[in-house]
Structure formats: structure tokens, C-alpha cells
Design a binder for this molecule. Structure first.
Ligand code: HEC
Length: 311
């Protein structure tokens, strides 16, 4: 590195530190806590409060509360930071929260830009995260990505899985894949929600005998269109509590409590008496667009693996 560029780099780091990690004072914290207690989340009219909120929230960047506060106080100033989190590593829980907030702020154009410029691997993780959002905007983004999918994003001899018509699905289900490779695809995309033999986690329906239940074409359909037929007992519910928490997942009852199982294996017990609202989700808890993140060959291998899961 040349000397002038070292100075520049040093200044850059210094500037970044001052701007990005500005210290929050105890007074900032006090102000934010009071605002929360008073339910005053609109601070746009008060520059002093706004600055305190911003400093305080920025000081929490690597912590869990950060995302809640950004949402509550509608801190659009943090959108660049959210985009940066997704760009850095889209496989993290933080990136997943960041993607949701970016949609919440209506800034999804930034994501589509990122998606089209991201590395092959990060693009497929970003697509998975967008699949979790499930708003009209997120669907549009997935569709436009599907329509414009640059094969170059994937291995050049492995075209991405694009399925538009039922003939496409018939053609694909007539192909033979490699069970071993399909298992690897399963571990990448499905593992976090499904059990197949001794692989995977128990969130969605178990797939250990799915080959007996569904023919290849329906296996493909259940991945491409998870909302078309939602399995009984695995519908998603959104539950709101007196404290204002909102949880969504698969719900079961146990005496006085309701148990909400969430993606990722977390589950939470809530007293039924503390529930203020409980609504059934119209869409599947299984993300849409998973097939867009894999190549056509990956999908064929995955289907081969699934249809070999039998008694
Ligand atoms: C975020 C969790 C999640 C992920 C990731 C996920 N699924 Fe699902 N899946 C579900 C849930 C929940 C259901 C049940 C609701 C429904 O039918 O839509 C389901 C249903 C299914 C079904 C129908 C099962 C039946 O008995 O009818 C199949 C098949 C399936 N998933 C396959 C897959 C495959 C293959 C992958 C990976 C490419 C995958 N899923 C990824 C959550 C997930």
C-alpha cells in the first residue's frame, strides 16, 4: 500500500469509527427508555430525541434489541447498515432480520441491486431470506429474479431451475437424479425444517417416508408452490400477547399454555390468558422460491433423494 493511500485508509477507518460507532451516553439511554415507556416512537419532530435514539440504537448494532428498536422508531437511517449486514453474510440470523426490515421500510430496491451483484453463493442465501418475507413486494422481487435469472449466476453448465408450466414439471419429474448429491442439497436447503431419517430438524412435516406418499411431480410442486396445499397440523399461526410480543409458528396446546414452535427449533410457551389475538396465516411457513436458489440438476437430485425416502 502506498503512503498516501495508507493515510486515506486510516482516515476512512477513523471516520467510520466516529460515524458508525458513535458512543451513546447514559443520557441517550435514559431518553430512549422514557420514549419507549411513553410509547412515543415518532421522534421526527424533535432533533434532540432523534439524535439520542440514533446514537443509542447504533451503539447496539451487534445486539438483539437493535432490530426491534430500528423497527419501533422507524430508523430509516439504518437501512445502509441493514444492507451491509446482508451483503456481508446472508446466512446469519442478523441478515434475516435485516431483510425483513428492509422490506418493512419499502427499500427492497436496494436488495434487488444487491441480489444482482452478489456472489453466486450469497445470492442464493439472499433469495432464501426473501422467501421468508412473504409480502407482495417480496414475491415480485423473486419473480423478477426468476424472469431475469442470469445463468451465469450459477454454474454455466447448470441452468437454474426455472419452472413455469405444468409441462416443465412433468419433464423434470421424468428425469433421474443422483440420490447422494440430492442428500447434500437437502442438507443445504431443507435441513432446518424437515427430518429425513436421522437428518434434519423437526419443524415441518417429517419426510422420512415421503417417497411413499408423493410422486415426483407432487414433490416438485410442494417445493415450487408451498402455498398451494398446506398440510393439516402444520399451518402457521400468528399470536399476539398482552406484552405486545408477536410470534409466528406452529401452534399446539398444553393445558393452560400454548406452545409456539418457530423456525430454527425455538419454541415458546405462552399462557393462554396472556394472548390477545391469534390468527391463522394464509400462507405456508415453508418459504417460497427455494428452487430458485438451486440449479436444475440440484433440483432433480433433490427429488431423487426425496422419492427414495421410503418405509
Ligand atoms: C422454514 C421451514 C421450511 C423449509 C426451509 C422447508 N420447508 Fe418444507 N414445509 C415446511 C412446513 C411448515 C410445511 C407444512 C406446511 C405446508 O404444507 O405448506 C412443509 C411442507 C413440505 C412438504 C409437504 C409434506 C407433506 O407431507 O405433504 C414437502 C414435500 C416439503 N415441505 C419439502 C421441502 C423441501 C424439499 C425443502 C427444501 C428444498 C423444504 N421443504 C424446505 C417448512 C419448511
Amino acid at each position: 500500500m502506498t503512503f498516501p493511500s495508507m493515510i486515506f485508509f486510516g482516515l476512512f477507518l477513523f471516520g467510520f469509527k466516529v460515524l458508525g460507532q458513535e458512543e451513546a451516553s447514559p443520557k441517550d439511554r435514559l431518553i430512549v427508555e422514557s420514549l419507549i415507556r411513553l410509547n412515543r416512537f415518532d421522534v421526527s419532530e424533535n432533533e434532540k430525541w432523534k439524535a439520542s435514539v440514533l446514537r443509542y440504537v447504533r451503539s447496539l448494532r451487534s445486539q438483539e434489541e437493535y432490530f426491534d428498536l430500528v423497527e419501533q422508531f422507524s430508523i430509516v437511517e439504518e437501512v445502509p447498515e441493514l444492507v451491509r449486514l446482508v451483503e456481508k453474510d446472508a446466512t446469519t440470523a442478523e441478515a434475516s432480520q435485516a431483510v425483513k426490515l428492509i422490506f418493512h421500510f419499502g427499500e427492497h430496491k436496494k436488495l434487488s441491486k444487491l441480489l444482482f451483484s452478489a456472489s453466486k453463493e450469497n445470492a442464493s442465501s439472499i433469495i432464501t431470506l426473501i422467501g421468508f418475507v412473504k409480502t407482495p413486494e417480496s414475491r415480485k422481487l423473486l419473480e423478477s429474479f426468476e424472469a431475469m435469472n442470469e445463468p451465469a449466476l450459477f454454474d454455466s453448465n447448470n441452468a437454474p431451475a426455472r419452472l413455469f408450466t405444468s409441462e416443465d414439471i412433468e419433464l423434470l419429474s421424468a428425469r433421474n437424479g443422483n440420490v447422494k448429491k440430492g442428500r447434500v442439497v437437502f442438507q443445504k436447503f431443507c435441513f432446518s425444517c424437515h427430518k429425513a431419517g436421522n437428518l434434519g430438524m423437526d419443524f415441518g412435516p417429517g419426510l422420512s417416508e415421503i417417497g411413499d406418499k408423493l410422486p415426483k411431480s407432487e414433490l416438485i410442486l410442494s417445493i415450487v408452490k408451498p402455498n398451494a396445499g398446506i398440510s393439516f397440523d402444520y399451518e402457521g399461526w400468528t399470536v399476539e400477547t398482552k406484552e405486545g410480543d408477536i410470534l409466528s409458528g406452529i401452534v399446539s396446546e398444553a393445558d393452560e399454555d400454548l406452545i409456539v414452535r418457530m423456525v430454527g427449533g425455538l419454541s415458546q410457551r405462552i399462557k393462554k390468558a396472556d394472548i390477545t389475538k391469534q390468527t391463522k396465516m394464509e400462507i405456508s411457513l415453508m418459504p417460497e422460491g427455494l428452487h430458485l436458489a438451486m440449479s436444475e440438476m440440484d433440483l432433480v437430485d433433490l427429488i431423487e433423494f426425496l422419492s427414495n425416502l421410503r418405509k
